[in-house]
Design a protein. Structure first.
Length: 353
């Protein structure tokens, strides 16, 4: 009962802060609250690539796989309600904006470096992660790793930033980390005339692989369109990007093909797009979940059940769904179970007011 009272108090605080916020802050809060909740909801079942195994884990919980009561992620273990590195990258950039840093490339880099540097207070241990990877290679590691899983993009960025080797993002980093870094920038600068320059620079902080860059930037453009108009026809983005991002147009057409065939989401992700972290599959899986769902919960739940990098996809699904359906349609008990929900709202209001 005390815990329930505490959760109710947290929710009342969040609601009050949102009610008192400016319009831009409310929109930014919606995006980032959707993203942080979506990521946290998937986290206990993150990176499970064996769909039969995932189905066995959630047997009896097929309709409510979110915030699964025990961490089954094979590579790392955290308390329920914690977030993956995909959200923590977003949080690192958001915190910098909340601290009053206006956009410039070095300011964003400093925010990321500060958040993940050795001795940080955010639970990341670079030396511990590298030692663990060495043990994994030698076959002596005890899985899962206990604690935050530091992504390869951050390790590569830290090395390149220290050596002033540009672009800082690794050329073999294929994941959605660049989009994670961009998301707070999108929320603050979506009406800025230099918007596309900002998202290009920010994406390249964590990945310079062309496919990752193009898909990250289009994910940002989609989010901007939904910020401007929550009823935006997402598929119409093709006409806006066909000349600059033809590879992403092909990715979207593959999603449309699966929808036209009425293909089940789990099947589409695992047999067509791929469930791994890499683009274009991560982008396609998120887009398919969003387009074939009619609520925030439905989009995130089907993303979780498709396995693999469901955190990276749920972050994007959550961000888009919060804009389409409104932050008030994010389930209250999901927000209550997300440990970083309140601080995300606080930082969003500071950053976007």
């Amino acid at each position: 009962n005390e815990y329930k009272s505490y959760l109710s108090f947290i929710m009342s605080c969040i609601v009050k802060k949102l009610n008192d916020a400016s319009l831009q802050s409310k929109l930014g809060c919606s995006v980032l609250l959707g993203a942080v909740v979506g990521d946290a909801a998937a986290r206990p079942l993150h990176w499970i690539y064996d769909i039969a195994q995932l189905k066995s884990f959630i047997s009896g919980y097929e309709d409510t796989p979110e915030f699964f009561h025990v961490s089954k992620a094979p590579y790392y273990s955290l308390e329920i309600g914690e977030n993956s590195c995909f959200w923590d990258i977003s949080e690192s950039v958001l915190k910098g904006l909340a601290d009053g840093k206006e956009y410039n490339l070095d300011a964003v880099c400093q925010s990321i470096e500060e958040y993940f540097k050795p001795g940080n207070s955010n639970g990341y241990d670079l030396k511990g992660k590298l030692d663990y990877l060495a043990k994994m290679k030698a076959g002596t590691a005890s899985m899962p790793y206990q604690g935050k899983w530091l992504s390869s993009s951050i390790i590569e960025f830290a090395k390149n930033y220290k050596e002033n080797k540009k672009p800082y993002g690794g050329s073999t980093i294929k994941e959605s980390d660049g989009f994670s870094a961009c998301l707070p920038i999108v929320c603050k600068y979506y009406k800025d005339p230099d918007f596309e320059i900002k998202i290009d620079e920010t994406t390249n902080i964590l990945s310079s692989w062309p496919t990752a860059v193009s898909h990250s930037k289009v994910a940002c453009l989609l989010t901007r369109e939904l910020l401007l108009n929550s009823s935006f026809d997402v598929l119409s983005i093709k006409s806006k990007i066909k000349d600059q991002y033809p590879d992403v147009v092909k990715s979207i057409e593959a999603v449309e093909d699966c929808i036209s065939k009425n293909m089940d989401h789990v099947e589409a992700v695992n047999q067509v797009f791929g469930s791994a972290c890499a683009y274009p599959g991560c982008f396609q899986g998120a887009l398919h979940a969003f387009l074939t769902s009619s609520s925030f919960e439905e989009g995130v739940r089907k993303t979780i059940k498709a396995g693999g990098d469901n955190c990276g996809r749920s972050l994007f699904v959550g961000a888009m769904s919060a804009l389409k359906y409104g932050a008030d349609n994010i389930p209250c008990n999901w927000i209550e179970r997300t440990k970083n929900a309140e601080v995300t709202v606080e930082n969003s209001i500071k950053a976007f007011n």
